[in-house]
Design a protein. Structure first.
Length: 260
């Protein structure tokens, strides 16, 4: 695994750290290459219920892809095809984890960093955070999948503005556009993020993950229940968590969900 990716575990919460603070956590091809295996491992770990993605320190989530590698790794279309495949695989790996994912965003969330953050389910940022998608500044073309994530969050017209301008968007405006979900003072972001992650770990995990599936299907264009979504909903009534949820409500106590 790349030395620039760290995995930390604290109870049911795992944190993946982009660990290049000396370069504002710029993402190297090795980091992109290693992220799918890391996310697969955390997804398979029954002790993990929530995954937090963050940058090292408080200056940057990630300042983008490591441009110092471009001459070597993206110097022509053939090399770029390989590089872009690793980027897409990393973003898809984050997006497809069955468990909730939260991007904790300090400071810069630019380019490739924005791509990883948008692949997460939820984005919490500090009040000085800056968001930008910058292919228009580099003569590049953003992928369809990544572009769709911008559209899903901000809408078509605003997505065009974001992609065409490449401008940095201040935290408050990013919140208004739907790019961030919550803003916190710099010194409170970490506490707020992990408190929310801890809250999710106390909920019925079957319900949490099924909710993620349902939203993904809606975003993909499904508007009516089919056999798969109906079966998913109905199967919840056979879970021990459903029985515990009812028991705890009747007994007027907090539930103790155990499914993982």
């Amino acid at each position: 695994m790349s030395d620039h990716l760290l995995v930390e575990r604290n109870g049911a919460i795992a944190t993946v750290v982009l660990n290049k603070p000396q370069a504002h956590n710029a993402i190297s091809i090795d980091m992109y290459r290693d992220l799918p295996a890391i996310m697969a491992e955390l997804d398979a770990d029954k002790d993990v219920k929530v995954v937090v993605l963050r940058g090292a320190g408080q200056k940057s989530f990630a300042s983008g892809a490591d441009i110092s590698e471009f001459e070597q790794e993206r110097s022509d279309a053939a090399k770029a095809k390989n590089y872009n495949a690793h980027v897409a695989a990393a973003e898809q790996a984050i997006e497809n984890v069955s468990k909730p994912t939260i991007a904790m965003i300090h400071g810069y969330c630019i380019g490739g960093g924005a791509g990883l953050a948008m692949a997460c389910d939820i984005r919490f940022a500090d009040e000085r955070a800056k968001f930008a998608i910058t292919p228009a500044k580099l003569g590049l073309v953003y992928s369809l999948e990544s572009s769709k994530r911008v559209v899903d969050l901000a809408g078509p017209s605003r997505a065009k503005w974001i992609l065409m301008s490449g401008q940095q968007i201040q935290a408050e405006r990013a919140l208004q556009l739907g790019l961030f979900d919550e803003l916190f003072p710099v010194e409170e972001l970490e506490k707020a993020t992990y408190e929310f992650a801890e809250l999710i770990t106390t909920r019925a995990q079957f319900s949490v993950r099924a909710g993620k599936v349902m939203v993904q299907k809606v975003v993909a264009g499904q508007v009516r229940d089919d056999e798969a979504t109906t079966d998913l909903r109905n199967s919840s009534f056979d879970t021990e968590d459903f029985a515990e949820g009812v028991r705890s409500f009747l007994e007027k106590r907090p539930p103790r969900f155990e499914w993982s």
